[in-house]
Ligand binder design. Sequence first.
Ligand SMILES: Cc1ncc(COP(=O)(O)O)c(C=O)c1O
Length: 406
Amino acid sequence: MPGFELFGEEERKHINDVMETGIIMRYGFDGPRKGIYKSVELEKKITEVFGCKYAQLTSSGTSALTTALSALNIGFGDEVIMPSFTFVASFEAVLSVGAIPGLVDIDETLTLNPEAVRAAITPKTRCVMPVHMCGSMADLDALQAICKEHNLILLEDACQAIGGTYKGKSLGTIGNAGTFSFDFVKTITCGEGGVVMTNNHDIYVKCDGYTDHGHDHNGVDRGADLHPFIGYNYRISELHAALGLAQIGKLQTILSIQKKNNHILKSYLEQIPEVTFRTIPDVDGDSYTFLSWFLPTESLMRATVAELKEQGIYGGNFYWFSNNWHYVRKWQHLKYAHTLNNISEQQKTALYKLQTQDFSASDAIIGRCISTSIALSWTEEQVHDKGAKLAAAIKKVLNKEKVIVC
Ligand SMILES: Cc1ncc(COP(=O)(O)O)c(C=O)c1O
């Protein structure tokens, strides 16, 4: 997820534009800012590039999710169905609005299994939140059908899938709302930042106010604004938006390098019959930030991880099963409701239930999966070298295993 690899003159120029006026805040100071409105410019660009009607920048992907949930009127006691494999921010946002994260199994798309979603729906369910992990997408047709049937909201966490598409539409623009993260390791970065995208004017207006203390932005100045509801400060700064403006101009270049490198790497792994790949519901829509692949068993994958570490070539490969951040197995703080402040009894009860919930179907997938991240800075020779070494390590483990079986 490498937008920062292409930092250059363009980023410097946009940041310097802001520093020329010294107005780093996105609102107010209309005189001194001399027509420089980087946040407004970036929001417009996002609507054009990703094809949505409205975009509201935020301070992070996490605050984008919190903002979207609030604007969608999801709160106390409501259940939000989300996958067992995601980044912790997805459930943090749900908890922060008083709602209950309902974690369900994934399938080989590495995100929500539609059947598991269907089985998890209760009278309290208000929202389904697919997380388009590692650059590719959930089965959105199936999830949209479920949402329609049960009158549920579809909120796409597309924080990791900037530039990915599904049937011609940008990920993050298909549900009632969708979010991107522009943190430092994302496909395009603002340093820190995020966005809520929607085609619904009412949701957008709520996001606009919520991210800025509830200001309606209709006053002659900030002191004259009305506050139709209580909001928070989830604003992006002009410096971060400036960085994002430079980066969004590089998106197509980033995506095409990722695609090329991903294909080269895959050409090595697909020669091994035991290696299979993540299911991609729309193969043309992958953003190619990762190549996610499986081995037939968890023990083979564990042996491969050990072999890659032994050879000093594990870097850039993510074995999510033993990673503390991205998979339910290690989320002890969630399962034991370790929060700093009091949370509702409903939330606590739901979190404690995670201690015994059966995630064996997810384990059977994540335990066999590695996602190999794709860099932009690799030379063609380096990608070939990485592919050859990775394939050789996998073959070594598979051969050793065959010898043991014999
Ligand atoms: C799936 C997902 N959702 C949300 C976030 C939160 O984004 P941020 O780091 O900008 O708060 C991330 C960040 O890694 C993510 O991967």
